[in-house]
Every structure is written in structure tokens, then in C-alpha cells.
Design a binder for this molecule. Structure first.
Ligand SMILES: *Cc1c(COP(=O)(O)O)cnc(C)c1O
Length: 373
């Protein structure tokens, strides 16, 4: 006798998106192997041009990771020793790490309870005479309030570096994520909406000086004519990653639509449940890097889904001011009440292009059962 074992619904499956484009991916691999430009080179140049054009930005500069994109963009915007940079307390650790890499101090701001995005009022409250820049984080695939953050930056003469690592193709009031500030930073970590077969990142900007300086910094301070103008970094986007990403960039709008369609199905099916569903800000195009809901008893909820073979995750389980890496900044529990309250209730449901109807249905049923008190 055979027992019927339910197949697990993965939190994310990175292989399905490759099946329909497998041939183009192999052709990209062959091109790079034949040509032999492995770090920067023709594929990187072409991908930079295509990514800039996709976003409507003047320049795109390929680097080694999203973290490096933030680090080099901050440096190119003049952030250094003694400066303060304001960012969201509920972001991925890399945002704050990039600030520390510049010798600057991360200053955290609380979030909007409905969108989980950095609260412009909290940003304004955090400005001091040492503040040099703001990093709004377009968390989960939705843009922060760039109108209000831009106004605060102009008032206090601050730079704005967007962390768009979760927001490839998102927009707010017609502005693409990454193009509203002085620089926009993207990650091509495999699980992002546009993911490489390894690490990669991109800085986009309309500013000549930021583009020129980040091009120097990513490649040992070299000016393109064998002269090293300053000590830089080794953070080049690889030709192989660029070639593969060029193929995937053409699919990105479709993949984002698939994510949005899955999100709509979740919302329609769960609107009667006690789970708090994502809020989309007016004028926003949310690209659902993550589909995050709030539930009352999060750990019990996750166990219930686990028993029904539905994988979940938490983004993020500890706000940065309480992470061991940042305790040196001197924050205490209770200083960011909105983010801290959300942290114990948030849970991310499976979300990726090519999720099947059956997987969505089974996830919905598991959520309904687990929230039915
Ligand atoms: C992924 C991510 C980063 C860092 O990207 P890496 O490519 O992993 O260095 C930075 N910020 C946010 C919000 C991210 O999600």
C-alpha cells in the first residue's frame, strides 16, 4: 500500500522560471565562454544600458552585490566618517552594514503600520546637524513615500539613496523605484525579483558625478586607462551574470505580473479571514517580492502551515536596533514601537512566478484553517 504524501509548497522555487528560457540562458553562457569577458566587459555594458533603459535612468553601474551598490553609492554621494544616515529599522541588515562600511552611523526610523515602509515623520524627527543622507527602503516590493522623503531631503540638504533591492520594476506615482533619488541600488541575489546565478548588484543614477565615481570605486579606483586615481574596491559585476540577467530582464515585467496576480488571488481568498493583508499605497505599483500578512499567534500559525506542508518565512524576525550586530549603536527595546509590534506578527507566504493554482489554493486553505479561531 502506498501512502499519499502531500508535496511541500516551497516558500520560493528559483528553478521554475528558468525552464521556459533554458535555451536562451545556455546561449548566453556560450556567448560569454566564447568571448571571454568575465568581469565587466561587453555583456556588462549591454546589461547596464538595458537596465538603465528599463528604468528610464541615465546611468547604470554594475557591481558585485546589492550591499556593494549601497556602499559605493553612499561613498559617491559623499558619505563618510562622522556622518549619520537615516534608514528604516525593519530592513535587511545589509542596508545598515553599507552605512557602517562608509564609517558613518546608521540612524533608525520607525515605519508606517499599514505599509511597513519608513515613516517620513520619523525620518524628519531623526535629522540632526550630522545627517548626510536618507536610505528609504522599498520593502517587500513597494516604494516608500518618495515625495515626502524628497521634500525632507531638500529642506535639510540631504542625499537620497534608494534601497530598491526588493523592488525591481516597482513604481510610485509613475516614478520607477531607484530613479527618484540621487542613486538607486539593486541586488541580483538569486531570490530577488530579478536574480542572478550568484551575487550581483547595480547602482542607477541620473547624476554624472555619481556614475563616474561609482565606476571608479567598483574597479580599484582605476580610470579605464590603467591609472588608479584613488584606492577603490573589487566589486565588478561578472560577464556571466550580466549575460544571464539580460535574458531574465526581458521576462521581468511578466514575472512581476505573475506575482501581482498571485497576490490578488491571495487577497480575494483571504479578505474574510483575520489575517491582516498587505496595504498598497495610493499610486503605487507593488511588485510583491514578498507577500507579508499579520496574524495574532504567528508561531502557532507557522506550525499549522508547516503541518499542511506550506513553507513560510519571516522578514525580518528581529528589527535592526535589537540585532547583536548593531547593539553598539545604543538603542533599547521600545524605541520603535510600530516596527516592534509588527515584528512579532508578520509572516511571509509563498510567493514566486509560476506558483501553480493548486499551490495557491492549498496555501489559502491552510491559512484559512490556521486563522479560524
Ligand atoms: C537583498 C537586500 C540587500 C542586499 O543585497 P545583496 O545582494 O544580498 O548584498 C539590501 N537591502 C535589502 C532590502 C535587500 O533585500
Amino acid at each position: 500500500m502506498t501512502t499519499l504524501q502531500a508535496t511541500t509548497i516551497p516558500f520560493v522555487d528559483l528553478t521554475r522560471q528558468h525552464q521556459p528560457i533554458a535555451e536562451q540562458m545556455r546561449a548566453a553562457y556560450d556567448r560569454v565562454m566564447l568571448e571571454g569577458s568575465f568581469t565587466l566587459g561587453t555583456e556588462v555594458d549591454a546589461f547596464e544600458a538595458e537596465f538603465a533603459s528599463f528604468l528610464g535612468a541615465r546611468y547604470a553601474v554594475g557591481v558585485g552585490s546589492g550591499t556593494d551598490a549601497l556602499h559605493l553609492a553612499l561613498r559617491a554621494c559623499g558619505v563618510g566618517e562622522g556622518d549619520e544616515v537615516i534608514t528604516a529599522v525593519n530592513t535587511f541588515a545589509a542596508t545598515a552594514e553599507a552605512i557602517v562600511m562608509c564609517g558613518a552611523t546608521p540612524v533608525f526610523a520607525d515605519i508606517d503600520p499599514a505599509t511597513y515602509l519608513i515613516d517620513p515623520d520619523a525620518v524628519e524627527d531623526a535629522v540632526t546637524e550630522r545627517t548626510k543622507a536618507i536610505i528609504p527602503v522599498h520593502l517587500y516590493g513597494q516604494c516608500a513615500d518618495m515625495e515626502r522623503i524628497g521634500a525632507i531631503a531638500r529642506k535639510h540638504d540631504l542625499k537620497v539613496i534608494e534601497d530598491a533591492c526588493q523592488a525591481h520594476g516597482a513604481s510610485t506615482k509613475g516614478l520607477m523605484a531607484g530613479t527618484a533619488g540621487d542613486a538607486g541600488c539593486f541586488s541580483f541575489y538569486p531570490s530577488k525579483n530579478l536574480g542572478a546565478a550568484g551575487d550581483g548588484g547595480m547602482i542607477v543614477t541620473n547624476d554624472d558625478a555619481v556614475a563616474a565615481r561609482t565606476r571608479l570605486l567598483r574597479n580599484h579606483g582605476e580610470d579605464g586607462q590603467r591609472l588608479h586615481l584613488e584606492p577603490g574596491y573589487c566589486s565588478r559585476l561578472h560577464g556571466m551574470q550580466a549575460a544571464l540577467l539580460r535574458v531574465k530582464l526581458r521576462e521581468l515585467p511578466k514575472w512581476n505580473d505573475m506575482r501581482a496576480a498571485a497576490a490578488s488571488q491571495y487577497v480575494a481568498a483571504l479578505s474574510g479571514s483575520s489575517a491582516v493583508l498587505p496595504t498598497i499605497a495610493p499610486g503605487a505599483r507593488h511588485v510583491f517580492h514578498l507577500f507579508v500578512v499579520q496574524v495574532a499567534e504567528r508561531d502557532r500559525f507557522r506550525q499549522a502551515l508547516d503541518r499542511r506542508h506550506v513553507q513560510t518565512a519571516v522578514h525580518y524576525p528581529v528589527p535592526l536596533h535589537l540585532e547583536p550586530a548593531f547593539t553598539g549603536l545604543g538603542y533599547r527595546p521600545g524605541q520603535f514601537p510600530v516596527a516592534e509590534a509588527a515584528t512579532s506578527r508578520i509572516v511571509s507566504l509563498p510567493m514566486f512566478p509560476y506558483m501553480t493554482e493548486d499551490e495557491l489554493q492549498r496555501t489559502v486553505e491552510a491559512v484559512l484553517e490556521a486563522t479560524d479561531d
